[in-house]
Design a binder for this molecule. Structure first.
Ligand SMILES: [Zn+2]
Length: 425
């Protein structure tokens, strides 16, 4: 008994001494972590590091601006501003629907205000991008803790109150969040994930029933599933940013969402289906450098030429419905995600105006493997090869420049820029 109490005291004494000695050290150690993880620093640092979405074009470079990224006319600022003013009146009018009291489901004023906030942002995204082929449903669900959003079907977007409140005063960020979820739908991610899961379960069950080959295959599929899921997140970020840019939102403010996410995701990177906020931010910043400024003009054209879409409370009273117009048009008249050739042509062009000629040429070469009909692309490929020849003096580039110019000419013999390029070489 005596022995035991002595031991106790001894232990207590050492603990006390160690603790007392370490408070300052512990604090210093913790502050080191704070330098790395502190949210204020991180959020503000990332914001200032953001780049403009347009690339700084190399001055004096040949660019007759004949690369097309869609069919539209440029709307003058006065005309566009006038249209937006008129639209504002309509928004107010339609918003009255949201404050309406229902006999069965009472809608509070607070709900109506939240819905109005989300309605205006989503409506702009829909109109600017011609997404009005279907009724979109936007839900605000009560979650005070987790800033989150998801899309569960092809026309449904849900945002938590925590996320809405975090970005209440940042329409650009809300546009990016809604755009990201719409992006999942537009890119068909729900269906893709569904199919992957079905295949995975099948293998998992066969594995459990005693097939070692199926068990191994299941593990391989699971690994691939996690990679695919992350890639889908990156793609939805890019798609969401595209939609937001078309609707005139500022992508620097939009990426506040990813900056915010990067301050609190823990070691989910390897386990979960989502990449870290940091990696998503890097992916978005890199991609938005190659978004053409024309996308904003195209969005303005679409907004200018369409009417404000009415909003209603949905049957579940937790969402709003933004209604599609009655007449149905063909699928070409609505938004479609970029095709492979469009992506190659865009990167080819954007790398070119950014002075990254080698990368430009690589993308054009990929484009020409699948599509040999784009005269403008051949012309820009010829320009890129010509600059590479000037920079390196390697005759293979001159040969390539001539070849591409000739190809462009055979596709569009009447084009004066192409003729000029052929003669110049
Ligand atoms: Zn997502």
């Amino acid at each position: 008994m005596k022995k035991l109490s002595i031991l106790l005291i001894a232990v207590m004494l050492t603990t006390c001494v160690v603790e007392a000695k370490d408070y300052a050290k512990m604090q210093i150690k913790e502050m080191k972590h704070a330098q790395k993880y502190g949210t204020t620093q991180k959020v503000l640092q990332n914001q200032t590091q953001n780049t403009e979405h347009t690339v700084s074009a190399v001055s004096g470079i040949k660019d007759p601006k004949i690369m097309k990224f869609g069919d539209y006319d440029v709307i003058s600022k006065t005309a566009y501003d006038g249209k937006i003013k008129k639209d504002e009146v309509k928004y107010e009018e339609y918003a009255k629907q949201l404050g309406k009291k229902h006999s069965k489901y009472y809608t509070t004023q607070a709900d109506a205000e939240d819905f109005y906030l989300v309605y205006r942002v989503a409506e702009k995204l829909i109109r600017a991008n011609k997404l009005d082929y279907i009724n979109w449903r936007i839900c605000i669900y009560k979650d005070v803790e987790n800033p989150n959003a998801y899309s569960s079907s092809v026309n449904h977007v849900a945002i938590s109150t925590a996320l809405l409140d975090t970005f209440r005063d940042n329409d650009d960020a809300l546009a990016f969040v809604i755009g990201h979820e719409m992006g999942h739908a537009l890119l068909g991610h729900q269906k893709r994930i569904g199919q992957l899961v079905v295949k995975m379960r099948k293998m998992q069950n066969m594995g459990k029933m005693g097939s070692p080959a199926a068990a191994a295959s299941y593990l391989g599929m699971k690994k691939k599933f996690l990679i695919d899921s992350k890639n889908m997140e990156y793609a939805a970020d890019v798609e969401g940013a595209k939609l937001a840019l078309h609707a005139g939102y500022n992508l620097n403010n939009a990426s506040d969402v990813l900056t915010f996410l990067s301050t609190f995701d823990i070691d989910r990177e390897f386990r979960s289906t989502h990449p870290s906020g940091e990696k998503r931010l890097e992916n978005l910043n890199e991609n938005k450098k190659y978004f053409p400024a024309e996308w904003k003009e195209m969005g303005e054209y679409n907004i200018y030429n369409s009417d404000v879409m009415p909003v209603q409370l949905s049957s579940d009273r937790k969402s709003i419905v933004i209604s599609a117009p009655k007449e149905k048009l063909s699928s070409e008249q609505y938004y479609n995600p970029e095709t492979m050739d469009e992506v190659y042509a865009r990167f080819g062009y954007m790398y070119y105006v950014n002075g990254e000629f080698e990368k430009s040429l690589d993308n054009f070469k990929e484009l020409f493997k699948i599509n040999q009909t784009n005269a403008s692309a051949y012309l820009y490929a010829s320009y890129a090869a010509e600059y590479l020849y000037k920079n390196t003096n390697n005759s293979k580039y001159l040969k390539l420049a001539k070849e591409y110019a000739q190809k462009a000419k055979s596709l569009e013999p009447g084009n004066k820029y192409i003729t000029e390029q052929v003669e110049c070489l």
